[in-house]
Design a protein around this ligand. Structure first.
Ligand code: ATP
Length: 229
């Protein structure tokens, strides 16, 4: 499988404080990879370095053959990395339609396709984002990322804090995207749901990739060691 995204030996700092000590991670074309680890182990920081919201120090990050260290963040976004950030940030005072159109680029994704994936967004197209439920805002955040026609979709805690039924709707959509061939990197706490969508797991512990492997190779021992509370 050709690697779309490849991190090797990535380190990163918040000021003088080191958060990543050597992250290795690969997402192949059309692959769904779950990035896992306990709280504070470096998942969001890893995503920030991929999206160039934060510079890495050592190691390499390559995306579609490009060395990301050489690119500023707006150029990285144009390469095709679509982020659904933690905390589902949308423009509160813009309508659903305006939020989507603000993110639009030329490509396969348009309002109709997003509405097909999330019919609730079509019903609420003229509502301001701040009047949406948490789940609907999350759908809008995913829709916005898709409107940029990403080659890689990154989801950081997309189902956090949502009611079970809405969570389920989001997972169904993520599965549809996976089936369509989109490459996905997903951070989430729900192992059960992740096992349904991911091809591989990458586990970080204290800023280092501690284990990676196929979903079926994650034993109970490993789960207890790296993910247990
Ligand atoms: P969570 O699931 O809690 O979001 P995470 O695995 O995403 O956890 P990170 O947010 O990447 O973890 O945090 C990794 C380390 O970096 C932690 O030790 C954290 O305290 C530290 N850190 C995160 N954000 C900052 C920041 N803005 N300034 C300083 N240190 C930070």
């Amino acid at each position: 499988m050709t690697a779309l995204l490849e991190l090797s030996g990535v380190t990163a700092f918040y000021g003088a404080s080191q958060a990543l000590f050597g992250v290795d991670l690969t997402v192949g074309e059309g692959e769904a990879v779950a990035l896992m680890g306990r709280n504070g182990m470096g998942k969001t920081t890893t995503i920030k370095t991929i999206c160039r919201m934060m510079a890495h120090r050592d190691g390499d990050i390559r995306f579609a053959g490009n060395d990301l260290a050489k690119l500023p963040s707006h150029k990285a976004a144009r390469l095709g990395i679509g982020l659904v950030p933690e905390g589902r940030r949308c423009f509160a005072r813009l309508t659903v339609m305006e939020n989507l159109m603000a993110a639009a680029t030329v490509g396969e994704w348009d309002f109709a396709r997003v509405a097909d994936l999330f019919p609730r967004l079509a019903e609420r197209r003229d509502q301001k984002a701040m009047t949406l439920s948490g789940g609907e805002q999350q759908m809008l955040a995913i829709g916005r990322a898709l409107m940029t026609n990403p080659r890689l979709l990154i989801l950081d805690e997309a189902t956090e804090g949502l009611a079970p039924v809405v969570r389920q709707e989001i997972w169904v959509a993520i599965n549809v995207l996976k089936q369509s061939g989109l490459s996905i990197l997903v951070v989430d706490k729900s192992l059960k749901e992740l096992s349904g969508v991911a091809d591989r797991y990458v586990i970080v512990e204290k800023g280092v990739t501690a284990w990676s492997g196929a979903v079926n190779d994650l034993t109970d021992d490993l789960t207890n060691r790296y993910l247990g509370v």
